[in-house]
Design a protein around this ligand. Sequence first.
Ligand SMILES: Nc1ncnc2c1ncn2[C@@H]1O[C@H](COP(=O)(O)OP(=O)(O)O)[C@@H](O)[C@H]1O
Ligand SMILES: [Mg+2]
Length: 372
Amino acid sequence: MDKSFGIRILILAAFITGISLFHYMTPLHVAYIHDIFQRLYYLPIILAALWFGLHGGLLCSVIVSLVYAPHILFQWGGHFDMEAEKYLEIILYNTVGGVTGLLSQRERERTVELQQSARVLEESYGKLRAQSERIITIEEQLRRSERLSTMGEFAAVLAHEIRNPLGSIRGTAEILKDDYRPGDPKYEFIEIQIRETERLNRVVEEFLHMVKPQPSDIQPCNVQDELETIVTLVSGDAGKRQIELVLQPSPQPVIIRAEGEKLRQAFLNIVLNALQATPPGGRVMISTSVTGNGFCEIGFRDSGSGISADDLNRIYEPFFTTKQDGTGLGLSITRKIVESHKGTMRIESRQGKGTTVIISLPMQECVNGEVS
Ligand SMILES: Nc1ncnc2c1ncn2[C@@H]1O[C@H](COP(=O)(O)OP(=O)(O)O)[C@@H](O)[C@H]1O
Ligand SMILES: [Mg+2]
């Protein structure tokens, strides 16, 4: 029961007691004052009806009747023929209490109903707004991917167009190189020319590989096996750079559904970055683990140069590279591959302390220990 309820009851009690006290104490011969007091009783009755509805109004009118009745009986003598008007007043008290109470109760119920429908309306409006916002975002995404796909097509055509002249430039540079001895400045320039055309060619090749629609060939893949293949593939390079390459398998088999070739490409991009960033005597560690929510994690930790906070924001941008002969496409391709396998990728790095790349991928569901 709240505070206002108590205060209202107190006000009503004060009204009834006050009116009754004055009423009983007023001598009988000042009849007009009695008439006033008699009518003043309507105040608490109407208030009770407004505040507490039908029951409140009736209860108050009954209390007023009970308080007022002794006054008729004992002070006015209680003769019906003489005091009919006063008995009528009692009937009116109860009628007014009941009718006002009923009306105010209806009014209150209607207010509650209106508030409820307002709330329902507000909820539906909120849902509608959320829905239309979602539609707008989806439309924007669609428009963006449409634009990207046409841009991708143009870019692929452009890349093809670039590849042929690149071949000619490289070929003629090789021929020109034969005319000069090593140590000749022109020999060095032609070397630069060849190196740069090679780099451009790599960019174009990787780019074409990225935009080329490939038939998807999703199959169960043993992550451990794929990683072993990668380690074998780069162990020569790692040895030359005097970097220790460690593969730390998880105790249980980690099977995912993936396109083997793409997965290997993603792993290779990360391992190559790690090897390129690590100085001789450093270490690159690859580990797999099962995280328990149906996902596995593959971590690639290197003790290399690390990435500055500014660069960390840009490493996924296509063509962003800090290497002289880098293409800047490795990580953007890798992330695309990971996301196409419904996985996520995060990179933690502190400059001078090394870098850790963590790929999280959904595992193939196992039913009763059997791979589904
Ligand atoms: N393991 C790493 N350690 C330090 N820097 C890294 C590492 N991996 C990526 N990076 C940074 O991210 C950039 C982008 O990498 P990537 O997309 O593979 O392109 P690229 O290797 O051709 O430069 C690199 O140039 C390098 O600055
Ligand atoms: Mg790279």
